[in-house]
Design a protein around this ligand. Structure first.
Ligand SMILES: [Zn+2]
Length: 192
C-alpha cells in the first residue's frame, strides 16, 4: 500500500532504491546518517566520555580498568558497554521533513549538561519510558512482563506454578498474573 500523498505534501508514488517509502527513508536518514555517522563522532560527546573516564575494579579478577559510571544505576562499566544519552528526547513529534531541523538541533547542539552516560540496560529502560510513558520502575516491571510473554505457553505455566500461582488459560490473563505478582513483590520489598 503506497500513500499517494507524501510527507512533504507532494503527490508521489516514488520509492527510494530498496527503501520502500518516504517514512522509511526518513528513518534511515535519522538512524544511519545522523545517529551512526554524525552523533557517534560528535566532538562534545567524545570529550564528555573522555572526561568521565575513571578506573574501577571491573576487569578480570577484579583488576582495575578504565571505566565509566552509569548515571542511573551508578554501576561502573567498560566504555564499550556505556552509551551517551540525550536527557531531552531528540525525537519528540515523530520524524518528518519539517521536524528534521528540530531533531538535528536537539541531537547536535548540545553541551555536557544535556548528556548522561547510561549502561545499555538503563538506556533501554529510559528509551522505553520515553516511548511509552511511565516511570523507570514501571519500565523495569513491564520489560519483565514482555520477556515472560516471549516464553512458550508451557514455560509460562511452569513459572507461574513455581511462584505458587494457578496459571490462567489464556496468555493475556497470564501476563496480567505476572504483572500483578511483580507489582506485589515490588511493594513488599523494603525501600532503600
Ligand atoms: Zn545503568
Amino acid at each position: 500500500m503506497q500513500n499517494s500523498k507524501s510527507l512533504s505534501g507532494l503527490k508521489t508514488n516514488r520509492t527510494y532504491g530498496y527503501i520502500k517509502s518516504e517514512k522509511a527513508l526518513l528513518s534511515w536518514l535519522v538512524n544511519n546518517i545522523l545517529r551512526r555517522k554524525g552523533w557517534a563522532r560528535h566532538p562534545t560527546k567524545m570529550l564528555f566520555t573522555q572526561n568521565a573516564r575513571t578506573r574501577a575494579p571491573i576487569g578480570n579478577n577484579g583488576r582495575s580498568v578504565f571505566a565509566i559510571q552509569c548515571e542511573h544505576c551508578k554501576d561502573f562499566f567498560r566504555e564499550k558497554d556505556v552509551q551517551v544519552n540525550h536527557k531531552d528526547n531528540c525525537i519528540k513529534n515523530g520524524i518528518n521533513w519539517d521536524e528534521l531541523e528540530g531533531i538535528i538541533r536537539r541531537m547536535f547542539d548540545v553541551t555536557f549538561e544535556d548528556l548522561e552516560h547510561l549502561c545499555k540496560s538503563c538506556h533501554d529502560l529510559v528509551t522505553f519510558t520515553e516511548r511509552y510513558g511511565g516511570t523507570i520502575e514501571n519500565a523495569v516491571l513491564m520489560k519483565k512482563v514482555i520477556k515472560f510473554g516471549k516464553l512458550k505457553a508451557k514455560e509460562q505455566k511452569e513459572k507461574l506454578v513455581k511462584a505458587g500461582i494457578e496459571p490462567a488459560k489464556t496468555e493475556p490473563l497470564r501476563l496480567k498474573q505476572v504483572e500483578d505478582y511483580l507489582n506485589a513483590k515490588a511493594k513488599s520489598r523494603p525501600s532503600k
